[in-house]
Write a protein that binds this ligand. Structure first.
Ligand SMILES: Cc1ncc(C[n+]2csc(CCOP(=O)(O)OP(=O)(O)O)c2C)c(N)n1
Ligand SMILES: CC(=O)[C@@H](O)[C@H](O)COP(=O)(O)O
Ligand SMILES: [Mg+2]
Length: 628
């Protein structure tokens, strides 16, 4: 196996083109097998094989700086930079990160998995390189066509062009984010034009025409004229060069020799230059190539001899509940519309999009634009539901605060993947959404503890006159009977204790709080447990009841500072009737970057599972009051 002989980019440079073709096939097989064992990103990595090999042959990382936007497509980069044997630990606690990691390798620079940032990094690094003693270092930024639709990418491009920064931008255009990319920049015609089959046809027609005496020459030149007219119409050269960024391409992103030629030329260009490469997401693995939803962008653990597409598409837990709830409200309320930032599949909106195509908006990887577009929709009398991951909501906080909140607009934010998300590491955990949404005046904040609660809360949110956020986690959703579901803005008391301690649980942590109550009961401590349900406005009945206990413990899978617990502690402190405020122990997530691992393992480490909550509670319980 050639692959076993590759432990650094220098090993790539001794291979000839045939060997590179063999190596590419071996890498594809390796990636499919590795991801089948651990789960992870598949389609993007299969599409970036030849491109990565060419980049590492033309540029000398880490002297030359190779940057990956989002970083989910950097598995091949990791394989050729000496980490092949770590893939059995991919995304596991203490194991290989699913994104570049500076702790793992000098070849890695950017760890943030939020899209559309890389041109800004490149601009900054190019400025530093220009002032260093090594002005011949190259800065190379690989950005996908999807990430190119993010606002920051346009900001970066504009500044690169204006400043003349010496950066090689590789636009890795596979026409997809998850779904087909919402952009004319990577128009289907461009891809069609360079479809291998079409190129072959074009070449044979040109050859045939050229050989026909007299008329052949005329026909050939008119075909060329037509071809270049088409190119002028579709190719994005005009866009980039109007910004001051040289444009070359589009070229075949799977032709290593062609890539090397173009990248070598681009490396010599003294300014910003875009090399537009056309790749196929999921290339080389049949199920990924055939997956018209997302080219197996990511895949669960699967048997590599089977097709993981259905498993990869399957909606889990709260996302499935959201999908069902949206279809239901969509039928009942024609003003409800749905907005996504290039994630219709993972947020569960595809069925809604299919059922109500004219009430579904995919705006590209553009969360800020998504939120303010929703504000416009609400201003126009619609009832927008913005489905956005908790972590990506952070990017649109200003828009949520001042475009939605300031105008008191009825936008509903469906914040999926709230809390610890595990696999994708520190830039994907959804730990800030409570701290942020609670800073938006007038925003109602819901945290469902079951699939059934999510549906009730969406209905309630859509009846409100102002903004609302519903935050819910990845993974399994608790299923409960109708009598175990709350209503409106009320909290729900699920267990009555002896007045010693009151556990107030937010969202999914209700299960852990109930487990803690059982553990405490075995120790003779009868805890009261409330499902907070609505983090703001807090249910006054719950606050009053909690204030009558000797200790209040709040539990949430959000930032401890500025989250639900802080909100509850303030409310208890404000209770007029309580003679002595009970101490409030706020259990939540510390202000830190939490590495990847399993959700359960991380929550346990943070003391946010049943035993952890029980232990913290026991430790905080004031000594038993003297018997009067
Ligand atoms: C700000 C932000 N929003 C959403 C995502 C989720 N996300 C991860 S990869 C991806 C699609 C990226 O498409 P593209 O840049 O074309 O890369 P490809 O997967 O096609 O190689 C999205 C939407 C993200 N990482 N960052
Ligand atoms: C790279 C990226 O941001 C997404 O693809 C992310 O991996 C999705 O996370 P889920 O796996 O929770 O859908
Ligand atoms: Mg893409």
């Amino acid at each position: 196996m050639l692959l076993e002989s590759i432990s650094s980019p220098t090993d790539l440079r001794r291979l000839d083109q045939d060997q590179l073709t063999t190596l590419a096939a071996e890498i594809r097989e390796f990636v499919v097998r590795a991801v089948s064992v651990t789960g992870g990103h598949l389609g993007s990595n299969l599409g970036a094989v030849e491109l990565t090999l060419a980049l590492h042959r033309v540029f000398s990382s880490p002297r030359d700086i190779l940057l990956w936007d989002t970083g989910h497509q950097a598995y091949v980069h990791k394989i050729v930079t000496g980490r092949r044997e770590l893939f059995s630990t991919l995304r596991q606690a203490g194991g290989l990160s699913g994104y570049p990691s500076r702790a793992e390798s000098v070849h890695d620079w950017v760890e943030n998995s939020h899209a559309s940032t890389i041109l800004s990094y490149a601009h900054g690094l190019a400025a530093a390189v220009a002032r260093s003693q090594a002005p011949d270092r190259r800065v190379v930024a690989v950005i996908g066509d999807g990430s190119m639709t993010g606002g920051m990418a346009f900001e970066g491009l504009n500044n690169l062009g204006h400043s003349g920064s010496r950066v090689v931008v590789v636009l890795n255009d596979n026409g997809r984010s998850y779904a087909p990319t919402v952009s004319r920049l990577s128009g289907s015609l461009t891809r069609l034009r360079l479809h291998p089959g079409l190129s072959q046809v074009r070449r044979s027609v040109e050859d045939a025409l050229r050989d026909i005496p007299r008329v052949g020459g005329l026909a050939y030149s008119s075909l060329q004229g037509l071809y270049s007219a088409v190119r002028e119409v579709v190719e994005p050269r005009a866009f980039f060069e109007a910004l001051g960024v040289r444009y070359v391409g589009p070229i075949d992103g799977h032709d290593i020799a062609g890539l090397e030629t173009m990248l070598s030329q681009a490396a010599e260009f003294d300014g910003p230059i875009v090399v537009h490469v056309l790749t196929q997401k999921g290339r080389g693995f049949g199920p990924a190539e055939a997956d018209d939803e997302k080219c197996l962008h990511d895949a669960p653990v699967f048997d590599p001899t089977t097709d993981p597409t259905e498993a990869s598409r399957a909606l889990k837990g709260y996302t499935q509940a959201f999908n069902e709830a949206m279809l239901d409200v969509g039928e009942r309320n024609p003003s409800v519309v749905a907005v996504t930032a290039a994630m219709p599949g993972p947020t569960g909106l595809l069925p809604f999009a299919k059922r109500f195509p004219d009430r579904f908006f995919d705006v590209g990887i553009a969360e800020q634009h998504a939120v303010t577009s929703a504000a416009g929709m609400a201003m126009g009398g619609l009832r927008p539901v913005v489905a956005i991951y908790s972590t990506f909501f952070c990017r649109a906080f200003d828009q949520a605060n001042l475009d939605v909140g300031l105008h008191g607009l009825p936008v509903v934010f469906a914040l999926d993947r709230a809390g610890i998300t595990g696999d994708n590491g520190p830039s994907h955990h959804g730990v800030l959404d409570l701290a942020l949404t609670l800073r938006i005046p007038g925003m109602t904040v819901f945290a469902p503890s079951s699939a059934q609660e999510l549906k009730v809360m969406l209905d309630t949110a859509l009846e409100l006159s102002g903004p609302a956020a519903i935050r819910y986690p990845s993974g399994r959703a608790r299923q409960v009977a109708p009598h175990e579901v709350g209503s409106g803005l009320a909290a729900r008391k699920v267990r009555t204790g002896d007045g010693s301690v009151c556990l107030l649980a937010v969202g999914k942590l209700l299960e852990a709080a109930e487990e803690a109550a059982e553990i405490l009961a075995a120790e003779g401590i009868a805890a009261t447990v409330w499902d907070v349900r609505v983090v703001r406005p807090l249910d006054p009945r719950m606050v009053t009841d909690a204030g009558r206990h000797r200790l209040v413990v709040t539990v949430e899978d959000g930032l401890r500072v500025g989250g639900a617990g802080t909100q509850i502690a303030d409310a208890i402190a404000d209770l007029e009737e309580s003679r002595v405020c009970p101490p409030v122990l706020v259990l939540g997530i510390p202000t830190s970057y939490i590495p990847h691992g399993t959700v359960e393992g991380i929550l346990s480490q943070l003391g946010l599972d049943g035993p952890g909550i029980a232990a913290s509670t026991q430790k905080a319980l004031p000594d038993p009051a003297p018997i009067s």
